[in-house]
Design a protein around this ligand. Structure first.
Ligand code: 3VV
Length: 225
């Protein structure tokens, strides 16, 4: 769990049920890794139409192998920690997600949290640069982790961004977020995206307001919690 600041990633464990959990998470992450490689190959390829039809048929065959029980819409998978922890299929941090960069979150040396990732061509907006929506997603997510790291998981109620420079693809990125103020259930959060190579020059800056739903509201929103 990350509710007390550290660590924000799953800890190595050794007992029975924990080993089983690690085993399942490792398998989910292994499939996620291969799918991200497939997504990258798909958005880059200039292969001939016959090849693309052949690959499409192969992928249909793979989908047919993912049988058995499927999770329902609001179900919280038992490989996840909610609120404020590992989400295996998060589109931002999920190591099992085909579309996540994925963002690796750690506590910051100062207050707040830091995320590291590399965007690929699948995340492209202008040629060679990240889509502004992906920047928003990285910041929104990391700001959510900043709230959770303070022990108050919360949801975004407003998010304002400044796009100061384009975010380069295939370049290590440094995302930062921290809570700057709180009143009752409302948290004010700031964040930024820079390159690892030039960490003091923010390319995107963000200011957000997050709110921790009251317990009744939270039970209605997340019946699986
Ligand atoms: C008990 C445990 C609870 C655990 C819950 C954990 C949740 C964590 C979820 C996931 C974490 C991991 C993933 C992160 C992902 C990144 C974050 C996202 O993308 S979240 C998705 C996008 N956001 C939404 O879909 C929200 C939509 N909004 C709502 O559903 C409601 O507004 C909600 C539940 C957030 C609050 O509803 P109310 O009924 O509980 O609260 P009211 O009474 O309306 O407001 C509370 C306070 O907030 C202020 N407030 C409300 N809106 C504001 C705004 N736009 N700007 C400034 N303040 C605002 C109000 O003035 C009020 O302040 P005053 O208590 O009186 O001091």
């Amino acid at each position: 769990m990350n509710m007390n600041g550290t660590p924000l990633a799953p800890e190595p464990t050794s007992t029975g049920p924990d080993m089983e959990l690690e085993h399942r998470r490792a398998a989910i992450a292994a499939l996620g890794h291969e799918l991200r490689t497939l997504v990258d190959a798909t958005v880059r390829t200039e292969a001939a139409p016959d090849t693309l039809h052949g690959v499409a048929a192969g992928v249909r065959g793979l989908v047919a192998r993912l049988t058995g029980r499927r999770r329902t819409r609001a179900e919280i998978p038992d490989v996840d920690e909610f609120p404020g922890g590992t989400r295996m299929n998060s589109p931002v941090t999920g190591t099992g997600s085909p579309v996540a960069p994925p963002l690796r979150v750690t506590p910051s040396d100062d207050d707040g949290v830091v995320g590291r990732c590399v965007l690929g061509i699948a995340h492209e907006g202008p040629p060679g640069y990240g889509h502004g929506g992906f920047s928003a997603m990285l910041l929104d997510e990391l700001m959510g982790w900043a709230c959770a790291a303070e022990g108050t998981p919360a949801m975004t109620v407003s998010l304002q961004l400044g796009y100061r420079g384009p975010v380069p693809l295939e370049t290590p990125l440094l995302v930062r977020a921290g809570v700057t103020a709180r009143e009752n259930r409302t948290l004010h959060v700031t964040g930024s995206i820079a390159t690892e190579a030039d960490p003091t020059r923010p390319l995107v800056t963000g200011e957000a307001v997050f709110v921790t739903p009251n317990p009744d509201h939270a039970r209605n929103l997340f019946p699986g919690m």
